[in-house]
Design a protein around this ligand. Structure first.
Ligand code: PBG
Length: 334
């Protein structure tokens, strides 16, 4: 006990828990709508909202419906959307050209959303998996996920997304050298104000399962992602990855998954002090939502508690599929 704490009964820590008003004054952290990034899934078509079985309550949206979602987000005060595509089978190849096509689903959606809801920030995902015939984030040659060729493709992807109007690029691929290569290419192309939120400490996690269903990568993935995503047993390595990405020009960093990795969030925040994000990933959503739908957990309460935990762990913001539902529970922060 620190010396500043008097002995009982002078110190009664329950005094500051006595009423909602007193608790509010003594509260150390807050959760606000302005902390949230809402990930949404896209698919082709018109007026389509297709359910995803392993993520109950989340749908793949056609672009027109994604524009409506952006309007809803803006009304609620959510600062940013993050876009993920479900690519049709005939556009998934080993060479992944669709990933940097100006006309791919994500780039068309960015333009459509920016035309109608210009104020909302748009974050993207940079990795080849939604476009790759074998489900990997990089090119596969002779069974190896090749680094440097993949980085060249990721740079093309980044430039196409920036041209379409993306505000925040989210490289989620875990290749080495990609942040520096993207930052240099963005500068040269006149996109010096496009931010990079690097998925710096991204673990090879089983909690991504429902996401892979959502983007149609589950059945395709050959092997696993352990040669590029992190070993869940490691923590020091996460700090090296964050340091490296910041040195290469990342503006913000992410820890992913979220709830099982709150120790990493805290260490990154304490060591670097830069804008730090966590991704409450699809498997975390599925666990909570499954229990909520069964009546085993109180939805409103666990949503807020689980997200507050990220703030307490030092995160500035959270990517969460609960974003619109939580936003409706909280007063907008701006
Ligand atoms: C793609 C990517 C993944 C997620 C975000 N971007 C899956 C993966 O790496 O296999 C997971 C998000 C989630 O589970 O909600 N590189």
């Amino acid at each position: 006990m620190p010396a500043t704490l008097a002995a009982y009964p002078a110190t009664r820590l329950r005094r500051l828990r006595r009423s909602a008003q007193i608790r509010s004054l003594a509260q150390e952290n807050t959760l606000a709508v302005g902390d949230l990034i809402w990930p949404i899934f896209l698919r082709d078509g018109y007026d389509v909202a297709e359910p995803i079985a392993s993520m109950p309550g989340v749908e793949r949206l056609s672009i027109d419906r994604a524009v409506r979602a952006a309007e809803e987000a803006a009304t609620l005060g959510i600062p940013a959307l993050c876009l993920f595509p479900y690519t049709d089978a005939d556009r998934r190849t080993e060479t992944c050209e669709e990933a940097w096509s100006d006309e791919n689903l994500v780039n068309r959606a960015i333009r459509a959303i920016k035309a109608e809801v210009p104020e909302i920030a748009i974050m993207t995902d940079i990795a080849l998996d939604p476009y790759n015939a074998n489900g990997h984030d990089g090119f596969v040659k002779d069974g190896i996920i090749v680094n440097d060729e993949t980085v060249e493709a990721l740079v093309k992807m980044a430039l196409a997304q920036a041209d379409a109007g993306a505000d925040i690029l989210g490289p989620s691929d875990m290749m080495d050298g990609r942040i520096g290569a993207m930052r240099a290419a963005l500068e040269t192309a006149g996109h010096q104000d496009v931010a990079i939120l690097s998925y710096s400490a991204k673990y090879a996690s089983a909690f991504y399962g429902p996401f892979r269903d959502a983007v149609g990568a589950s059945g395709r993935l050959v092997g696993d992602k352990k040669t590029y995503q992190m070993n869940p047993a490691n923590a020091e390595e996460a700090l090296r990855l964050v340091e490296r990405d910041l040195a290469e020009g990342a503006d913000m960093v992410m820890v992913k998954p979220g709830m099982p990795y709150l120790d990493i969030c805290r260490r990154v925040r304490d060591r670097f002090g830069v804008p730090t994000f966590a991704y409450q990933v699809s498997g975390e959503y599925a666990m909570l939502e499954g229990a909520i739908r069964n009546g085993w957990l109180d939805g409103d309460k666990v949503m807020v508690e689980s997200l507050m935990a990220f703030k307490r762990a030092g995160c500035h913001g959270i990517l969460t599929y609960f974003a619109p539902r939580v936003a409706r529970l909280l007063a907008p922060s701006f």
